[in-house]
Design a protein around this ligand. Structure first.
Ligand SMILES: *[C@@H]1O[C@H](CO)[C@@H](O)[C@H](O)[C@H]1NC(C)=O
Ligand SMILES: *[C@@H]1O[C@H](CO)[C@@H](O)[C@H](O)[C@H]1NC(C)=O
Ligand SMILES: *[C@@H]1O[C@H](CO)[C@@H](O)[C@H](O)[C@H]1NC(C)=O
Ligand SMILES: *[C@@H]1O[C@H](CO)[C@@H](O)[C@H](O)[C@H]1NC(C)=O
Length: 303
């Protein structure tokens, strides 16, 4: 309606779309399948926070997460709770116990450790670990590190149908006698890296529980690795950059944060970039001019 009444407005909108005149489009935000990729993550080199560089890859609409222990499928990114949910196809679940040491476990490069770690309420259940495993060193004199995490542990996990195929009996005859337990549940914090080779385990499972109430039974647990992430360093940088119409990224050194402001990059925000300071008032003037034109046109036609 408005456009038919004001042909001039129509042409000006085509030439200067208001969205582009006042804010740069976020060139880093994207999708992989139905998962939104946004700060601090990025799929393109230079996008996101440097702590999360070379981490996510999108292949045929499947989002992959790559760290030193291997590649995982990303099932979800929860930006509000700052958590990622990962899946390893060689991980045991309630229906299937996978032995043979093919699983990734979970370990990240030391430089990434401040940025991400499995959640405190995520349980790792290590399966078929040798008696010589570092897990059981000092045993039986020392306490085993095995324990329940957020109400999830091996005693209940043994109730899963997957165990029917492999047998749930202990590797030795008695618990504190000649052999370690067949399954040992630990929080990530207790051992820092779930490295099946180093721990001499045949397999593992990982579960988390998002329900506010304790879910009864291992068939109700969610199987996957819940990883908490956090942005370290200058927390205000990205907020200030986006508030001035920029997109957050990092420099070619992979360390420095940069604010991408259209045709130029800034080490702070887009208000400090001279080119954007020049274009903005120019655009504002054009729209002020357009408004004046409309007002004059309306006033003239009413009289
Ligand atoms: C994405 O789609 C899959 C099914 O293709 C669904 O299970 C999942 O919940 C969806 N994830 C999100 C974040 O919408
Ligand atoms: C700005 O930074 C991004 C990310 O590092 C880079 O891809 C781009 O080429 C830079 N642009 C300019 C104009 O320097
Ligand atoms: C796991 O441990 C083995 C043996 O100690 C080591 O060679 C390997 O690099 C470790 N893997 C990771 C991802 O840290
Ligand atoms: C873990 O929880 C189960 C079920 O509630 C309980 O039977 C078991 O004793 C607990 N194990 C440990 C090591 O606390």
């Amino acid at each position: 309606m408005l456009l038919t009444l004001f042909p001039a407005l129509y042409y000006l909108l085509i030439i200067f779309p208001p969205n582009c005149a006042f804010a740069n489009l976020n060139s880093c935000r994207s999708y992989c399948g139905n998962i939104t990729i946004d700060y601090p993550f990025g799929l393109q080199n230079g996008c996101g926070h440097p702590g999360f560089r070379d981490l996510l890859f999108c292949m045929n609409d499947v989002l992959m997460f790559h760290v030193s222990s291997g590649s995982y499928r990303v099932l979800d990114i929860d930006y509000a709770y700052q958590a990622l949910t990962l899946h390893d196809p060689h991980m045991s679940t309630c229906d299937r116990i996978v032995l043979g040491g093919a699983g990734n476990g979970f370990a990240v490069e030391p430089w990434r450790e401040p940025y991400m770690n499995p959640a405190a309420d995520n349980v790792f259940m290590l399966i078929g670990c040798s008696a010589e495993s570092p897990l059981f060193q000092g045993f039986p004199g020392k306490h085993l590190p095995c324990r329940n995490v957020s109400g999830m542990g091996c005693e209940e996990y043994y109730g899963c149908p997957g165990w029917d195929a492999v047998g749930r009996k202990r590797m030795g005859s008695t618990y504190f006698g000649s052999g370690p337990p067949r399954c040992c549940a630990v929080p990530f914090e207790a051992i820092k890296a779930i490295n099946l080779t180093r721990l001499q385990c045949e397999g593992y499972s990982s579960a988390y529980n998002l329900a506010p109430l304790r879910v009864d039974g291992p068939s109700g647990w969610s199987y996957g690795i819940r990883v908490k992430y956090s942005v370290q360093g200058n927390q205000e940088f990205c907020g200030a950059c986006e508030a001035t119409g920029g997109t957050c990224g990092y420099g070619s050194d992979g360390i420095r944060q940069v604010c991408m402001c259209g045709n130029s990059n800034s080490t702070s925000n887009c208000d400090s970039v001279s080119s954007s300071r020049e274009t903005r008032p120019m655009m504002a003037e054009m729209f002020a001019g357009l408004l004046t034109y409309i007002l004059v046109w309306m006033t003239r036609n009413q009289l």
